[in-house]
Ligand binder design. Sequence first.
Ligand code: SF4
Length: 456
Amino acid sequence: MTLTEKVLARASGKSHVQPGDNVWVNVDTLMTHDVCGPGTIGVFKREFGKTAKVWDRNRVVIIPDHYIFTADSMSNRNVDILREFAKEQDLPYFYDVIDDPSGNWKFDVEKGQLKKQYGSRYTGVCHTTLPWKGHTRPGEILFGTDSHTCMAGAFNQFATGIGNTDAGFILGTGKLLIKVPESMRFFLEGQLPVGVMAKDVILHVIGEIGFDGATYRAMQWEGPGVNSMSMDDRMTIANMAIEAGGKNGIFPCDDKTISYVRERVTENGTKNTFDPVEIDSKQSFVYDKVFDLSKLEPTVACHPDPGNRKSAKELEKVTLDRAYIGSCTGGKTSDFLAFAEVVKGKTVKIDTFGVPATTRVVQDLKETVWNGQSVWQILESAGVRLTENASCAACLGGPVDTFGRLNTPMKCISATNRNFPGRMGNKESQVFLASPYTVAASALTGHITDPREFLS
Ligand code: SF4
């Protein structure tokens, strides 16, 4: 069996499953956020009763992160609904924006977008929070009411996005019926050359198979190229399985996975037992291809979809209005460090916005010092508009006052993961997806730029 089949077989109590089987799986973790949480809670209460209790309070994780730092009252109200539910159900893993469990969330417009407006438990983007706070474990099943839940496949688990109805059902039962997907294998050899990042790998692969090339399939990553990648790299790749239509992305478990997970579960006191799935000698794939990482180049997905692949070099005539670094895919500490490596000591030429994925990333950037300056200061000195308010922000547009939102037709190069029309705001705008290196180099020149010009 493939890695995905092995996780699903175990979770459904079977010794063997095959693609197309419909199996009831026991869920290890359910995650929801401020956009889908209120709807999920509504389904749960309607179907299981107003006084029903969730199946396991320790397996429900609620992370407000999408429409947070906005004066939009409906969005603020969504966070309050999550708080009321977490209180009613006595949920230990609710990463609230404010500290008062009886309070109401309201964004302070006077304070502005840049300065911190959250309490001690707030974390930021859900998919980056889950591993940081010790909620991702090898061999487990994670469902989330968000399409990029597949990011947790980096940790050797079956992780995928679901709708509110399925999530409401899980809240009541802890189970879900799921069809076993076919698996595709992406076997990575070699090492990434200078200037090329994990983001380039996934953009290259999606360009190869198309934005629907993995529809309802598992994308399994293997090979020596995977071993050389950090957990952040694997997260970037697994995150974008959905941009090829994938049901999930999944990586083998190695020493890096184990030590990352052990450290986080210990730090946070979350469940510390897990059982990874290993690669079988016999696996059956509907697609199996080797990719040599050393041959890859800085890659860009052009408007209007993530499969519209070109090399950064080919696009040097494309002038830009904005650069953006942030999101679950591109707003991790390692992404910002790569960005800073390119812009340090220089000044960006176009409007450049930086939104750390989590509050931990904010802390890391302030505490990491290069030649007497924090990375945070280096970015600000380069002219990047950095906010302490970690969140999804303009990755998915959001209300009109969202930090970095494309409110007029413009061309933006972005370290995020999705570029369908209107994704970051204005429907006439064009979004070019790229690595943090390429976004940084392009921010310096004002046109799409191969970052190797700035790296030795
Ligand atoms: S950062 Fe973007 S892709 Fe990630 S969860 Fe938020 S909206 Fe979705």
